[in-house]
Each structure stands twice: as C-alpha cells, then as structure tokens.
Design a binder for this molecule. Structure first.
Ligand code: MEV
Length: 315
C-alpha cells in the first residue's frame, strides 16, 4: 500500500502558555500543510525531508528524526514495519504554527496507513504527542490535537478538546505575520514557567485573567463580535509580553499591524520570535499585509477552521 497524508498547521488564538499551566487555549487549524508520502520497503524505516535535505534510516540510528521514530514506535506498538517516508512541509519552522506537530501527525498517519492500520485522528494525535514530548519537553498537546482533528478547538490539558462552532466572522481575515526569528518552544515554555512560579500569587492572578480572556473570546467568537475579539487579542498579547515571551520583532509586528488598522494583534504560539497574528477587516487585509511585507515580514493568510489530517491510500 502506498499512502499520502496531509495535516494542517495550527494557530493559537488565545491561551498559549497558560494552557501548559491548566488554562484553556482556543486554537484553529489553518490552511498551511505538511504532506507525507509513504511506501513499503523490504527493510529499514527511512525518513526523508525534501525541505531539510536530510535522509535517515531511523531503525539504525537517528539524529534529526528521533521524534518521528517515537511516533512510529507508538503506531506499531511492537516491531516497526519497514517503510520509506517522505516529508514535504509548507509550514514555516519555528514560526509558532505547530510545524513539528503537523509533520508528526502527517508522518504518523502515512506510516499507520502503509502498515495497514486503521488511521483515526485520535491514534495519530497520540502518536504525534509522543514526538512532541521529545521536541518540546512538556507540550500541552494542543498542537497535535488541532492538526489531527482540525476546525476550531477549545483545549485544556488532561480534559482534551471541545469543537467550537464559529459561524459569523465572515467580514474579517486573520493574518499570520512571521518575524523570521526562530526560537525554541521548549526554551519559551521553560522561561514562562519559571517566571510564573517566581510570581507566586501574582502569577495565579494572571492565570485567572488569561482564563477570563478566553471566556470573553469564546463569547465574542460565538456572537461574531470581531471588534471585541481584536481588543481581547491586544490584551492577551499584553499579558504574554508581561510574562517575558515577546520579542522586539513581535512588538514591531503587533504595533505595525495595529497602526495599519488591524482590529487587534498578538503573538501566537510560543513567542520569543515566531509569529504574530492580526485580525483585519477583509477589505483592508491586502493593504495591511502589503505594508507589513514592506517592513520585512513574511505574511500568510490561510483559511481558518480547515479539516484535520486526511489520508489517501493510493493502491
Ligand atoms: C506552542 O504552540 C504553544 C505553547 O502553549 C506550548 C504548548 O501548548 O505545548 C507555548
């Protein structure tokens, strides 16, 4: 059996970092994809990345793809079957869009399919979580969950996710502004966590505030209140900045987006680099994106709420 799998990136609208500490995150799948092709082999589990120009037989040893090996072990639940797995991802790396999770979800799905396993979003999300633990240390699980299941999700660690229906935000676009500053999620999570701990009761107050923002954001999303949503994004960014996970380039991006008429803007994902998101009225989106590009940022605007992992068995 030859299989192709595709899994989307994610964008966290509200609650990144706080979700590692028991808060909730509101996230959406976004139409940027990792695609993986898998075919059976006589021996070895060979992983190849066109983007990275790397090829490894992870059965013999691994340097770059040890995380994917973990996912394949989880899928096989015993002896791994031989296969060639080719990864091709259009998701910028280290940009806060969950590229490692989307690669792990799509690779796990293709590997499961080539081994004749039943591919469910739950199976590949769990497999990708194994990989994420190796990459990020203490991931909340939001990235692999959104990539596997798609749509808009409200997520709390340990409780799993709830699908959210977002019907009426048709007049606005979400721009993803990539600063090009690559940073480590593990480092950002550890920096945020140690500050939260040092802040004692103030940290707990901030966590409650972040929860309040998610609650209001849910109300705004359900009502289709884009103006309120934008305002909440600004406030959420302020809290993340206070926790030390912003970056000068993120500040430039957020302020430039607002100065160009965005309804609101914030960092997304781990921060300390990576991307910001800006909520913009549809008719202004192209002009805002162009102005941001002139400042040197890469700007994406994939569709929100796209479906999660998909798999095609070719023969
Ligand atoms: C990373 O995309 C989001 C963080 O909240 C970490 C996590 O949830 O695992 C910063």
């Amino acid at each position: 059996m030859i299989c192709r799998a595709r899994a989307p990136a994610k964008v966290i609208l509200f609650g990144e970092h706080w979700v590692v500490h028991g808060g909730r995150a509101l996230a959406s799948a976004i139409g940027l994809y990792s695609s993986v092709y898998a075919e059976p082999l006589r021996e070895g589990v060979i992983v190849e990345s066109r983007n990275l120009g790397v090829m490894e037989d992870v059965l013999k040893s691994c340097r770059v793809f040890c995380n994917l090996k973990r996912s394949f072990e989880y899928i096989a639940n015993g002896v791994m079957w031989p296969a060639r797995i080719v990864v091709n991802s259009e998701i910028p790396v280290g940009a806060g869009l969950g590229s490692s999770a989307a690669v792990a979800v799509s690779a796990s799905a293709a590997y499961a399919c080539v081994g004749g396993r039943d591919v469910t979003p739950e199976l590949v999300s769990n497999a990708a979580y194994e990989s994420e633990k190796l990459v990020h240390g203490t991931p909340s699980g939001v990235d692999n969950t959104v990539s596997a299941f798609g749509g808009f999700l409200l997520y709390r660690r340990g409780e799993g996710f709830k699908a959210i229906h977002v019907g009426s935000l048709n007049d606005v676009t979400l721009l993803v502004i990539d600063t090009g500053v690559i940073r480590s999620t593990a480092k950002a999570v550890s920096l945020f966590s140690s500050r939260l701990k040092r802040l004692n009761s103030i940290g707990q107050d901030l966590l409650r505030l972040a929860e309040g923002i998610v609650e209001e954001a849910l109300r705004a999303v359900r009502k289709g209140d884009a103006v309120m949503l934008g305002e909440l994004m600004d406030v959420a960014h302020g809290l993340l900045n206070a926790m030390g996970v912003s970056h000068i380039e993120l500040e430039k991006a957020v302020h430039a987006a607002r100065a160009n008429g965005a309804l609101g803007a914030k960092l997304t994902g781990a921060g300390m680099g990576g991307s910001a998101i800006a909520l913009v009225e549809k008719e202004r989106a192209a002009a805002v994106a162009e102005n941001l590009r002139r400042l040197g940022f890469r700007v994406y605007s994939g569709a929100l709420g796209v479906r999660g992992v998909s798999i095609t068995a070719l023969e």
